[in-house]
Design a protein around this ligand. Structure first.
Ligand code: NAD
Length: 314
């Protein structure tokens, strides 16, 4: 049988690099296309020299050329943490719109399956809880976070248009907060911020009163769900995330406990349009993909804390 080939845009980022590993483990050749805007060669350097892996430094908002056959295109390129997309608003809008268009064009040209990395942020500050795929969301298009949320909503729309009008076999995964090794300590998300503050014995800064909720999924669980979706016949969006929900204050206390830290909590003003609650309804992923998360938060956090310790010690 001919070797399968996948193109992963954003493949040197946090999630993209774990996906590169997953596909290569499953004997799929990977072409990673990334302009290193927010990603790092460090995330993929262990793959250089592997004959199943190649890297093209390229901005995917421009025409993407990959020689030879391609079976899968996975579009993961996009600034993803609030610090990044608030600093890079135009690039975020461009990679969600022009970048998705170019990645879809590649899939259409090659007759490849296409998978879009969408986000729970398409639900905005949700009025229903937990969030089901059928919910259309509550997004402020002109607020600072709109650059990310609306780029992803456009990306979903153009993906469905390519599916309906060009017959491309497309998949959409709505990813909920994911954590694990290769996250950046300073990416502005609560989890790496809390862990680094706890490890450094600094005060843990909570935005608002800490009553807002989040649900964190360990990266290996997410990647397994995405892999199953890629091989499935499903074309409608699917939530992948861990439904175990807790308040940000409870989460900060858990991090203090797991790191044996003396850190105290301090409270800052809540950013504009920060979602008050976030929890995936994963009924559809269970039914269609036979998927559910396996790694509990304490177990996943221990692995991630060890990773952050190793980074801090370097
Ligand atoms: P990341 O910043 O680590 O990775 C994104 C990658 O995209 C980086 O390597 C960056 O260099 C690359 N990139 C950005 N613009 C590009 C461009 N124009 N051309 C080529 N490459 C470009 O972020 P991540 O956390 O790994 O997120 C990956 C994807 O998953 C994103 O699309 C994000 O929206 C989505 N997502 C992530 C989460 C999460 O919890 N991490 C949650 C929801 C959705």
């Amino acid at each position: 049988m001919a070797e399968k080939v996948a193109v992963i845009t954003g493949g040197s980022g946090f999630l993209g690099s774990h996906l590169c590993d997953k596909l290569i483990e499953n004997d799929i050749k990977v072409v990673c296309v990334d302009n290193l805007l927010t990603g790092s060669i460090k995330n993929i350097e262990h793959l250089f020299g592997n004959e199943k892996f190649s890297f093209i430094k390229h901005d995917v908002t421009n025409f993407i050329h990959v020689p030879g056959n391609v079976d899968f295109v996975l579009h993961f390129a996009s600034p993803a943490s609030p610090i990044d997309y608030l600093k890079l608003p135009i690039q975020t809008l461009k990679v969600g719109s022009l970048g998705t268009h170019k990645a879809l064009g590649l899939a259409k040209d090659k007759g490849a399956r296409f998978l879009l990395a969408s986000t729970s942020e398409v639900y905005g500050d949700p009025e229903i809880h937990p969030q089901k795929e059928e919910y259309w969301g509550n997004v402020n298009p002109i607020g600072p976070r709109g650059v990310y949320d609306e780029a992803k909503r456009f990306a979903e729309a153009i993906t469905m248009a390519y599916h309906r009008y060009h017959g491309v076999d497309t998949k959409i995964v709505r990813i909920f907060n994911t954590y694990g090794p290769r996250m950046r300590l300073n990416d502005g998300r609560a989890l790496p911020a809390f862990v680094s503050q706890a490890l450094n014995g600094e005060d843990i800064t909570i935005f608002g009163d800490g009553s807002q909720t989040r649900s964190f999924c360990f990266v290996s669980d997410l990647v397994e769900g995405i892999y199953r979706l890629l091989l499935s016949e499903e074309n409608e969006p699917i939530n992948i995330g861990n439904p175990s929900e807790l308040t940000i204050k409870e989460f900060a206390e858990e991090v203090i406990d797991l790191t044996n830290s003396e850190s105290k909590l301090t409270f800052l003003e809540l950013p504009i349009d920060d979602p008050k609650v976030r929890q995936p309804d994963i009924t559809k992923a269970k039914e269609k993909l036979g998927w559910e998360p396996k790694i509990g938060r304490r177990e996943g956090l221990k692995i991630t804390i060890d990773y952050f310790k190793s980074v801090l010690n370097k």
